[in-house]
Design a protein around this ligand. Structure first.
Ligand SMILES: *Cc1c(COP(=O)(O)O)cnc(C)c1O
Length: 475
């Protein structure tokens, strides 16, 4: 299996890479995103044979279709080390929980940081450690976070050999729970940097450091952002696991609703569907930041300015542009890298938007790819949390509530709808209290974490000082 860039010219096969070459990379050199040359097809017999597998074995079967430069025995060991009941809370790893008839939640948020990002990041931690050891190299991950991504990365990389994490976050702006989750880590290889500024300042610092190519090379700076193919690939597995739990035979179809921001999660659903998983609809749920809903309704993709990006009560979906969306557009346009470059580099760069409403492939996108969409607001979120708790005694988080709200608008008779639960309510306690008049339950292992000693460096928003801090802490 080789990987190509979404902006590669079709005639140019020279830039194609193997899995371990792209594992530690972000964007392709031409600014595109990596995708496999083709999607491996899972036939009826194979899917049936996967029904009896454990999650770790299912992960191995799927990953081995995409990875041919890690020996099978090693890959299997990595899957088994990653997906354990101890780390993810249940033997099923991603159990389904019923709400009303025809609607269920798939629990993806019982990993170490209580958000679905653990599903991929925990695997990434083990893959990084393996590949770095094999090469005899080290990697220093530099990131910016306003919450879920940073903590998932830290819990995945803590104690891993060959990896250090330098995670910037806006000082005092994450919830007390999120700060406690990150800053209580005492591992030597985890560095929390609280920047006196806002999230954009953190991102600017990461960009400034990454643009200093000499520094980047000398200190082996890398990232773990959501465009990493390995993260997306790991997420494909739970679409298969959800399908298998919800059905008895492969003649049945299911639909998925996905609370979406950067389009990483639902893009994994698209990949699963392209592999032949019987998915009827992929429902993209957005919050007030409705870039994606607008596209699927109108064909116009219009990125927002920072000033037009709303701060909402489902903050992990507060995006101005969807960084993984280019992958879907590549498939939609018949994998034409020249067209993708013209849209994402030239047109978006110039005017901040493009319009596919007249493109025949867009008009048939719903039929061909199953995509539909919807939007949810703060008021919808509160009502959905209240309703779901009142009728079923199930407390859901604000992002999952956006998913449930939109899922209910797209139910089809006879087709089970699975809503991906992307975080637990405890992470967004203030909004839960607003909706229900009570605080969410806290898993026992998080009792009192706010009182633990904190390991964090407060710094001004200055890339030069942060480079010095990195240099001082890399030996
Ligand atoms: C990251 C995140 C999302 C959005 O996922 P994308 O892959 O960016 O679309 C939704 N909900 C929660 C809780 C998240 O942490």
């Amino acid at each position: 299996m080789r990987y190509l860039s979404t902006r590669a010219a079709a005639s140019d096969a020279s830039g194609r890479k193997r899995f371990c070459e792209i594992l530690l990379e972000g964007l392709a050199p031409d600014g595109g995103l990596y995708l496999p040359e083709q999607y491996p097809q899972v036939d009826d017999f194979t899917l049936a044979s996967w029904r009896s597998l454990s999650y770790a074995d299912l992960a191995f079967e799927i990953l081995s279709l995409y990875i041919d430069d890690v020996p099978d025995a090693d890959l299997k060991a990595i899957c088994h080390k990653t997906y354990t009941p101890e780390v993810f809370g249940t033997p099923e790893i991603v159990p389904l929980r019923p709400l009303e008839a025809g609607l269920q939640l798939e629990a993806l948020s019982n990993g170490p940081t209580l958000a679905f990002k653990d599903m991929a990041m925990q695997l990434l931690g083990n893959l990084f450690e393996y590949e770095l050891a094999r090469r005899g190299e080290e990697l220093n991950i530099l990131g910016a976070t306003s919450g879920d991504t940073g903590s998932a990365a830290e819990y995945a990389m803590r104690g891993k050999k060959g990896v250090r994490v330098f995670m910037t976050s806006p000082n005092g702006r994450m919830s007390p729970f999120q700060q406690a989750q990150m800053f209580s880590l005492q591992d030597e290889n985890i560095h929390n940097i609280a920047v006196d500024g806002v999230f954009d300042d953190c991102q600017d610092i990461v960009k400034a450091v990454s643009n200093d190519l000499e520094f980047k090379r000398k200190y082996r700076i890398g990232t773990v952002n959501s465009i990493n193919w390995a993260r997306l690939m790991a997420q494909v597995v739970y679409y298969f696991a959800g399908y298998i739990q919800a059905t008895k035979s492969n003649a049945e179809k299911v639909s998925f609703t996905v609370p979406s921001g950067n389009f990483g999660n639902v893009c994994a659903g698209h990949v699963a569907r392209m592999m032949g998983l019987p998915i009827a609809q992929l429902v993209v749920a957005t919050n007030e930041n409705d870039v994606l809903d607008e596209f699927f309704r109108t064909g116009v993709y219009r990125v927002r300015a920072s000033a037009d990006t709303h701060e909402t009560s489902s903050p992990s979906m507060d995006i101005s542009k969807a960084s993984n969306f280019e992958r879907f557009v590549f498939d939609l346009l018949g994998r034409d890298g020249d067209k993708v470059r013209a849209l994402f580099h030239d047109q978006l760069g110039k005017s901040g938007q493009f319009d596919l409403s007249d493109v025949p492939a867009f008009k048939s996108a719903r039929a061909t790819y199953g995509f539909v969409s919807g939007k949810s607001t703060h008021a919808n979120r509160l009502a959905t949390i209240r309703d779901t708790y009142g009728r079923f005694g199930t407390m859901i988080d604000t992002h999952t509530a956006d998913g449930v709200k939109v899922a209910r608008e797209h139910l089809q008779p006879g087709i089970p709808m699975i809503v991906l639960e992307t975080a637990l309510p405890i992470k967004f306690a203030a909004t839960i209290e607003e909706a229900l008049g009570r605080l969410p339950d806290r898993p026992a292992r998080f009792e009192g974490i706010e009182a633990l000693p904190k390991r964090v460096q407060v710094m001004p928003p200055d890339a030069v000082l942060i480079k010095r801090y990195i240099a001082d802490n890399v030996h």
